[in-house]
Design a protein around this ligand. Structure first.
Ligand code: ADP
Length: 387
């Protein structure tokens, strides 16, 4: 970071790698702090074109492009894990100020490394084996019999890269009987009672704060709902919080990091994965917390005081996923906003089947009431475009 922005009176410049909804919401919270946002996006990205102080389109995130981009910013952050940690490290060595750091990416962006390192520091993770070919899976299936789950080590999100396998025959049809193009984490299909996330925000000096635990509900591997009312006891939540803090310290996290937990029907608390960035589970922090995850991420990477993460109300967030029927859809804002307790966030994206194109958050002292309002809003949100 040029040391000067704080003393010169210039507005800080934050660069964001990636141009999707997370960058869009970071930009939204930058406005009230007079932070300039420069975006480096790919051609396919849609969410911030015309919104940022500067918007560049790259064909790929090459070291040269990233270097030139970061030279124009006080600090650069990421809305995804697509840049590999070696590239981040190379740029750090050339004097670029990137947060989170390569030490965080090395662990967080690869499920294989993540599982290994978390196990090494005593964090409970699901039983798993790393496999590279069908014959390896066949051998491992003695220890982890079907039904099991295979997860691509890299580039998976929203359940993409996660394969639920009922039989070896089914797997053969999906991935063939030879070597795989990527390594997979293989683990038993667990009986999950509850899924929740603990989101941490870590200051540049290394102080870790936590957001209240947030319950996540998934359908077909995609998060559909997040809520503040949890069916998890206090003791388990305290254990999870301690784990999330331990992970933030181990990964040398700066800014927001999310840790996703499974609580099994046998009451085993396991870490499923971590995400070194602002996260879908804490979108409701915009309305429901004193300081949103987006604002706190910007504060952390600019070495500003961290804002309170306290909860103001019960809240339920529901994602707006494109309808599975492949038609031409639009969002009907009248339906979406009909209930006065519902707040909507649209991401400026073309509507495609199962694509996250927005979310709604409803606040109420009664969580059930908030849930009803949020689901009610999304129910009739998509209507077919008239030709
Ligand atoms: P992604 O990185 O794509 O989000 P996850 O590992 O979080 O992938 O898996 C997506 C969802 O699939 C989880 O939230 C959970 O609901 C389900 N899932 C993942 N692993 C297992 C498992 N071992 N057993 C049962 N369900 C699982």
């Amino acid at each position: 970071m040029s040391k000067s922005w704080k003393s010169s009176g210039n507005r800080p410049i934050v660069g964001i790698i990636g141009g999707g909804q997370l960058a869009r919401m970071l930009l939204q919270s930058s406005i009230s702090l007079e932070i300039d946002i420069h975006v480096l996006a790919l051609e396919k990205d849609e969410s911030l074109k015309f919104l940022a102080t500067s918007y560049e389109v790259a064909t790929e995130y090459s070291p040269a492009t990233l270097y030139q981009f970061s030279r124009r910013c006080d600090v650069v952050t990421f809305e995804h894990e697509l840049v590999d940690h070696q590239t981040v490290e190379e740029l750090e060595n050339r004097g670029c100020n990137l947060l989170p750091r390569s030490s965080t990416f090395r662990i967080a962006s690869d499920k294989e490394t993540q599982r290994r390192e978390l196990s090494q520091i005593g964090v409970p993770v699901p039983l798993h084996l790393i496999c590279h070919s069908f014959s390896e899976v066949q051998g491992f299936s003695r220890a982890i019999p079907p039904p099991f789950v295979l997860k691509a080590s890299r580039y998976g999100y929203d359940g993409r890269g996660v394969i639920f396998v009922d039989s070896l025959e089914q797997l053969k049809q999906l991935l063939g009987d030879g070597s795989f193009t990527t390594s997979y984490v293989m683990e038993p299909q667990l009986e999950i009672r509850s899924e929740f996330a603990i989101v941490t925000v870590t200051s540049l000096a290394g102080e870790v704060y936590t957001y209240p635990a947030l319950q996540t509900l998934q359908k077909d591997g995609i998060c559909v709902e997040v809520s503040t009312d949890l069916d998890v006891n206090e003791e388990t939540l305290n254990a999870a919080k301690a784990i999330a803090i331990k992970i933030a310290k181990h990964t040398k996290s700066v800014g927001i990091q999310a840790v996703e937990f499974f609580l099994t029907t046998e009451d085993d608390l396991l870490v499923n994965e971590l995400a070194p960035r602002v996260h879908n589970s804490a979108h409701l922090s915009v309305e429901a917390c004193v300081t949103s995850q987006f604002e706190n991420h910007l504060r952390a990477i600019l070495d500003l005081p961290i804002g309170s993460t306290s909860l103001l109300s019960h809240a339920v967030m529901v994602n707006l996923l494109g309808p599975s029927e492949d038609k031409k859809w639009r969002i009907d804002r009248d339906s979406l906003l009909a209930d006065p307790i519902v707040k909507a966030h649209l991401y400026g994206k073309t509507i495609k089947p199962k694509r996250k194109v927005g979310h709604v958050t409803a606040l109420d002292s009664n969580a059930e009431q908030a849930r009803k309002a949020a689901w009610g809003a999304v129910q009739n949100a998509f209507v077919e475009v008239e030709r």
